[in-house]
Design a protein around this ligand. Sequence first.
Ligand code: GLC
Length: 547
Amino acid sequence: MYQIYVRSFADAGADGVGDLAGVRSRIAYLQRLGVDAVWLTPFYPSPQRDHGYDVADYFDVEPQYGDLAELDALVAECRSVGIRVLMDIVPNHCSSEHAWFQEALASAPGSASRSRFWFRDGRGADGEVPPNNWSAEFGGSAWTRVTEADGAPGQWYLHTFTPWQPDFDWSNDDVVEHFDRALRFWFDRGVDGFRVDAVQFVGKAPGLPDTEGDAPVSPARNPHLSFVASSHAVWRHWRATVDAYNEAHPARDVFLVAEAYTPRRPDILAAYVAPDEFHQAFSFDLLLSPWNVATLRDAIDAPHRALTAAGTTVTWVLNNHDVQRAVTRYGRLVAHDVSSWTGSPLGYSDSEVDVALGTRRARAAAVMVAALPGSLYVYQGEELGLPEVLDLPDTVRTDPVFLRAGGAEIGRDGCRVPIPWDDDATTACGFATAPATPWLPQPENWSTWSVARQEGDSDSMLALYRATLRRRTELAPHEGPLEWVLTDHAQLLAFARGDVTVVLNPTSDAVTLDASATEAADIMLTSSPGHVDPRVVPADTCVWLRS
Ligand code: GLC
């Protein structure tokens, strides 16, 4: 599965912002890469306060990105070459510009319009204290006070993210019915499924109790706001809607993948992929894992065990639009735990980055993850080995993570810089079809990573991804088991997939394998150019050995 951040993929309109027509113009590239499906990040009408994760209308296309006809054309063309299309859907909150929220603001406390959201009276003598002590993701209180129609300070509304993203109250029937309609609306247009945003925050503990203690608790760690057990009823309802759709349309096989950050809690992850809930849920432990054998093994083994026991497979991911790119994470010389947003041990560390080292490790990680049983999502630019752009000037940063933290958190713009397709500086390295200024500036040397340059280089990251995705099909990727082998080599992480042994050496020294392990073995795939001896695994390398 290939994740397209629409805004930054390809710009057919040459206005500096990616669009659906741009995606359509690059289908041949996706085919050549060897992906089965694409996931498009939100392209609904939106004020773009969180780049589309603030949806103003769930039934239309943001004019900057195209229109419904353009979406239909994209879906049809993808389908004609066997690529399925997933959209993003945001059930936890909408944009404050959404008609329902505007209607709620104009309505009185206690009205039906307000009951689709979480409006509550404040505490204190004049209601000037928020209804509870919850914090928002990206900083500040999770409550914002409104001004009532008569001009007086009034009720407060709940927002897990920014004030421009009011949370829906899922106990309201209108909300349930609205999303049922939205799912069917897009399925009817040929969309094959949804990546469902921030599912962990849908559902709030009854009575909205305060978190304990005086210190602010982030939403992800707020037990009254995250993973509230009763919310699973929502997903069972969605699954029933999807199953009914598939039943009524025998030629279709639409599906749902959940986004929930469940660090080191495979039991919570497993609950989302129960047979009557999501078909897939991203496992983020590997993405959050530092580069060492023990944590990598645990990040694979724990979700694999839990999901296998639950009768399903893991959905692996090394990158997405919310975290620093793997090349940069793995190129850190020092690992810190500094991100409130991802909890990543490497994510927002400001320690020095060795891009060459990070690239070597990212290559190894890609070759390793592609061999694991389950599904794999690749984030645009990962296949080019793009590093995180760390030195964007503050003035161009747009991410609410950065803006809400007053610059204290660097934010996510650095993994969203438009893709370099070729060497033409006037068109933002081929991102745009005509001269244009990209919405985020590309670094001077961005064309170093361009598709055009990598096309002709058999040692490039792009060549490695193409080869890896092709060879992956030989491993029956959707089936287990995963058997750990070569466990005498404490420095290595190795597993068997049928007659293929996958060996990762995440250390800085080459490792010589036991003769018995490599007897009559051939290198099927290696992350290190020039690696020809199956008995030796170079530093920071992953190899597939076939016996
Ligand atoms: C998800 C998205 C992220 C967005 C947030 C709020 O985690 O991946 O980009 O900011 O939800 O919708």
